[in-house]
Design a protein around this ligand. Sequence first.
Ligand SMILES: Cc1cc2nc3c(=O)[nH]c(=O)nc-3n(C[C@H](O)[C@H](O)[C@H](O)COP(=O)(O)O)c2cc1C
Length: 363
Amino acid sequence: MGDTEGAGFLTLSDVEAAGAAHLSPEVWAYVQGGAGEERSVAANRDAFRRRTLRPRALVDVGTIDPTTTLLGERVRVPFFVAPMAYHGLIRPEAEDATARAAAAAGVLNVVSTLSTRSLEDIARAAPSCPRWFQLYLQPDFAVSRRLVERAAASGYRAIVLTVDVPVLATRDRQARGGVAIDEPAPIGNGTDVEAPLREAAADGDRFTLRAEASETWDVVDRVAAASRLPVVVKGVLSADDARRAIDHGARAVVVSNHGGRQLDGAPAALDVLAEVVAGIGSDAEVYVDGGVRRGSDIVLALALGARAVGLGRPVLWALAAGGEAGVARLLFLLRQELVSTMAIAGRRTLAEIDATALGPNRW
Ligand SMILES: Cc1cc2nc3c(=O)[nH]c(=O)nc-3n(C[C@H](O)[C@H](O)[C@H](O)COP(=O)(O)O)c2cc1C
């Protein structure tokens, strides 16, 4: 799965420290920071640590198959690169490096509206990479529509509409010395795209300039109508909101608290996953992100009903530590750990990972 030289870390446990060693304190605060005092960042990890896996013994695990499809697209593993802004703050190769590493690993790459490189450049950097485009709504819907059309023309296969940023949260760590939110790094998709973030930050308690602030569910219908692509709604934490997303045309949802970066005090995404899955049945695919760091975390999330998981910060840590080779190394290690966890747990395919793979909670 690609060149892994010089990645700067040997195991998944090392990747965070390897990333920290390569970034300035300001950029590190941007990457690591969460909303407020970061209670929901901590909750995401606690939710995995609290859970256990129950293995099944003496299953013939000579062959393990971790492949799946996401909205019909075949991928080699049930994890994807979550959309994250400004890879250029981490490395000059920015999203191009991430996309090339994802392509080599057969991993779905979800590209942020706020990417340093343009969505066209990222597609050209890794034409074979399965890719979806994450949309932050723009004040003028025509600008959102244009972004969606550009994504479709460049081979992005779904639109991931993020709905958990009606306004940007205050992030204590960032406020104390991170990259200023109102001075974002240059982004590749056009200055129109950047404006709502900057203006919302400058505007105190008037949120009218933040596009999402005054949007309601019918915008999901409008995004679906604006594109021929399936729409994924990212950032729901209840069965009710997941149901609304589907009723308004979403084909999948991402259960997510935005990596703890929005509502401080929001539950861990993993803790509400089962209730969302139960609430929507087989009407849509359900993914989860937040705190996924190990192969065993992926198995836990799938046992609780997710079809796939998103990886956020670890990708940026790996990018910092080793550029494209670093991300390739991360994706390789995670796949390897997923496969060995499946074997030891006695699950040969992802379909065999169900609630029987869960043990009692530790607390
Ligand atoms: C530095 C950073 C930037 C992010 N930018 C975006 C973004 O542009 N759009 C979006 O939908 N989510 C964004 N997210 C949230 C991620 O997509 C994802 O929900 C979260 O990082 C998952 O949690 P994890 O970092 O614990 O894996 C960002 C997260 C981080 C850490």
